[in-house]
Write a protein that binds this ligand. Sequence first.
Ligand code: TMP
Length: 218
Amino acid sequence: MAKGLFITFEGTEGCGKSTQIKLLAEHLQAIGHRVRMLREPGGTPIGEEIRHTLKHSEQNHAMTAEAELLLMNASRAQIVREVIRPALAAGEMVLCDRFYDSTTAYQGYGRELDLDKVKSIIEFAIGGTKPDLTLFLRVSAEVSAERLRSRQSTLPFVRDRIEEADRKFFERVGHGYDVIAANEPERVKFINGAQPVDAVCRTIWEVVQPRLPKVGRW
Ligand code: TMP
């Protein structure tokens, strides 16, 4: 059986990842692929508890950047072994909302932790499991802030520790993503996330389609 394809989605808050992952999953299913949709941090029972601690827990106000880095990677070490590797081995298309580029961008560039240490902790967590393709939905800091504001005004308020960071933090994160994408142009593809949903979806399909393994009935 052909190994599945591992595709990750990256970008700052409000870049449209969640919508586009669902649309890509529908496309892939429609042509006969089995699709696994995941998110980080989270995606396993242990990972979802870690996600709560990182984002929403009433006890998380004093979390240090170092603890944040390790918790992100604890969740990652679990999802890689419990879900991602078995799904890929079974030939599934794995679509993950964020993966290790988020750690480089948020903990490395955003929190300004030592980039070499961040890299070695990521490597320990992933143990060689890397995405085949990463779609980086790029939006400006202004679009990101505006979409976040409008999401917060329509949904019931749920405190999120990471979203409490200041604007400078998100600018550093955005810069971090630009550096990552420039360093690995084969794996990481820039997608203009400021376009209308349909246009973003079409662009993503143009990038993904040539890389798809053939499925039985096609
Ligand atoms: P989201 O699922 O709504 O995107 O929330 C996840 C948050 O966690 C988001 O603010 C980005 C952040 N994050 C990191 O800081 N580092 C990481 O390694 C990952 C996976 C996410």
